[in-house]
Design a protein around this ligand. Structure first.
Ligand code: GCU
Length: 335
């Protein structure tokens, strides 16, 4: 099935090439583009990407078309980023954590307790000065950032262990996103990090390869982790945004008007996403509690904040992220 899809996407890519190169001779022919991502179609991010598609097609009066492949059909986040680099797909939505291997600046988002509150985080992520500081850092790697989508607050969840303070995490086999900073984060909390792609987490929890993971509430419901992990702890250790990225050559080949449609559709879909996200997280919590038997716990957050201080300090000193770090701090974060 995956091979068939990849072949299909390759043919579509050829079509994109054809339609863009024959642009002047057949102006009426739509430009077809492909977006692949790893969440199920019930997930709020998928719904917001559908908003992006519909807004784009509406604004361009059908001149730009977008086909979305959800559910990791095209591969893991890393694989689809690589497909975006080679223009096998034109867009993908990935966690900022997955971009760390392509531009170190993105590692900053995995810094524990970077943002003071979710409101601040949202406000900052929408500022053009912040977007400019991150989105073009991958242009030499074949893609650029287009917009961000709130991916919530990341919290710990376990199969069996009850966590009240950071001490309770000692030796806990915890899945992390495949990024250096995510590994460092769990190490600094005394756990044993196990990097793996998101699609593998359910089975790894079920088979006991890992005992814990960390993510927003929808991981319990949309991704079904609540079937195997019954304890969710509000450590609130990070807010790692999702980033919509696009192949840079495809972007540059578009007319200014077409680029504007993309930017506007992206910005509007980001705004629609925020209230949807809040509503969906509330629903996820209710479903997890009432239908899946998951218990939600408050923890002694200060013990977690204390343990990650050295990691936070290493970010403050890191040349590769200093400019972006200072910009984020300047946005009223250190009030
Ligand atoms: C979030 C994020 C995904 C990512 C996942 C993960 O759910 O939205 O893009 O894959 O975290 O932990 O890997």
């Amino acid at each position: 099935m995956r091979i068939f899809l990849l072949l299909f996407v390759s043919v579509l890519t050829l079509l994109v090439g054809c339609t863009s190169s024959s642009n002047s001779s057949s102006a009426a022919q739509p430009k077809e583009m492909v977006l692949g991502h790893n969440q199920p179609t019930t997930h709020p991010i998928h719904e917001s990407l559908v908003d992006f598609k519909e807004l784009l097609e509406e604004k361009s009066n059908g001149k730009l078309e977008l086909k979305i492949y959800a559910n990791g059909q095209l591969g893991s986040e890393r694989e689809v980023i690589e497909m975006t680099q080679t223009n096998a797909v034109q867009f993908t939505k990935v966690s900022a954590s997955a971009l760390e291997g392509f531009s170190e600046s993105y590692s900053l988002f995995s810094m524990p307790y970077l943002f003071k509150s979710q409101e601040k985080y949202r406000e900052i992520m929408k500022k053009p000065v912040i977007q400019e500081a991150f989105y073009n850092t991958t242009a030499d790697n074949g893609f650029i950032g287009i917009t961000y989508y709130d991916a919530g607050v990341r919290n710990m969840y376990t199969k069996d262990r009850i966590i009240k303070t950071n001490d309770d995490m000692h030796g806990l086999k915890t899945r992390v996103q495949p990024s250096k900073t995510s590994v460092q984060l769990i190490e600094s909390l005394g756990g044993t990090p196990t990097p793996m792609s998101f699609g593998e987490v359910y089975t790894a929890l079920q088979s006991g390869i890992i005992d814990a993971a960390e993510n927003n509430e929808s991981a319990l419901t949309d991704n079904k982790h609540g079937e195997v992990a019954k304890h969710y702890f509000y450590t609130e250790h990070a807010m790692v945004p999702d980033i919509l990225i696009m192949n840079v050559d495809t972007y540059n080949e578009l007319s200014e008007e077409e680029q504007t449609w993309i930017k506007e559709a992206a910005e509007e879909s980001t705004a629609l996403h925020e209230p949807r996200w809040d509503q969906k997280m509330k629903e996820s919590k209710e479903i997890a509690e009432e239908e899946m038997g998951v218990t939600f716990y408050e923890v002694d957050k200060s013990s977690f904040m204390e343990s990650v201080k050295p990691l936070q300090e290493s970010f403050q000193k890191n040349e590769a992220t200093r400019e972006q770090y200072n910009l984020i701090m300047e946005e009223g974060q250190d009030e």
